[in-house]
Write a protein that binds this ligand. Structure first.
Ligand SMILES: [Zn+2]
Length: 221
């Protein structure tokens, strides 16, 4: 079942939740739906359009959460799933200055690369190969990365995320289109990153916590 983007009352992107959780927020008047998902959920007595984007009705203060965590998924999102050297589909993570030569595992030294370039490059510097990058790698910034970093995408979220640092990441709907992404579907809201659970808990709602592996269930109003 699709996930739902949660925006603060100020429209800042906060996180993603399961559709079931988003519906609980809306039914409890903790959030309003801004975009429909096109999915209708049926209970015994009624049918409800399920949201794709909701906005909290009350502003939630979210603590500063520091830099975007460097994960494979976030790195591939930053580099648009493409090898920074040749533009082919990326399959691996490359350290621009090889680790064996003192390169660090940091946003400004890691890039997405295809297997071939990674293999060819091995533990050499770019200057030794005569290779160039179109742009220097840098840490991503912007609140949209709270969402992008989860790897969950929906093209309907794009207009809400672009003002907060998303650019090409939402241009097309590529939901785990890479074979290496298979099986790495992110957990429901907020197990790995505390910030992702902030909107729901901070909103003063106490819906049943979403547990790892819990399946969304049909709405019983
Ligand atoms: Zn390549």
């Amino acid at each position: 079942m699709p996930h739902v983007l949660v925006l603060n009352a100020s429209y800042e992107p906060l996180g993603v939740v399961t559709m079931r959780r988003a519906l609980i927020l809306v039914l409890n008047h903790k959030a309003v739906s801004l975009e429909d998902s096109g999915i209708t959920l049926h209970s015994a007595t009624s049918a409800l359009p399920a949201p794709s984007v909701v906005r909290l009705t009350r502003f939630v203060r979210v603590p500063f959460c520091g830099p975007v965590p460097l994960t494979r998924r976030a790195l591939f999102a930053r580099d648009h799933g493409r090898c920074v050297y040749c533009g082919a589909a990326a399959t691996s993570v490359d350290h621009v200055i090889p680790r064996s030569r003192g390169g660090q595992h940091r946003w400004d030294n890691v890039v997405a690369a295809c297997r071939r370039c990674n293999h060819t490059k091995a533990d050499r510097h770019l200057t030794e190969l005569g290779w160039r990058m179109k742009r220097q790698p840098a840490p991503p910034s912007g609140l949209a990365w709270r969402i992008i970093g989860t790897g969950i995408k929906d093209p309907r979220w794009r207009p809400y995320l672009e003002p907060y640092g998303a650019n090409d990441q939402f241009r097309e709907y590529e939901h785990h289109d890479h074979p290496e992404y298979a099986g790495s579907h992110p957990l429901p809201l907020g197990r790995a990153h505390g910030v992702h659970s902030a909107p729901v808990h901070g909103a003063g709602t106490r819906p049943a916590p979403v547990r790892r592996g819990e399946q969304p269930e049909s709405l019983s109003a």
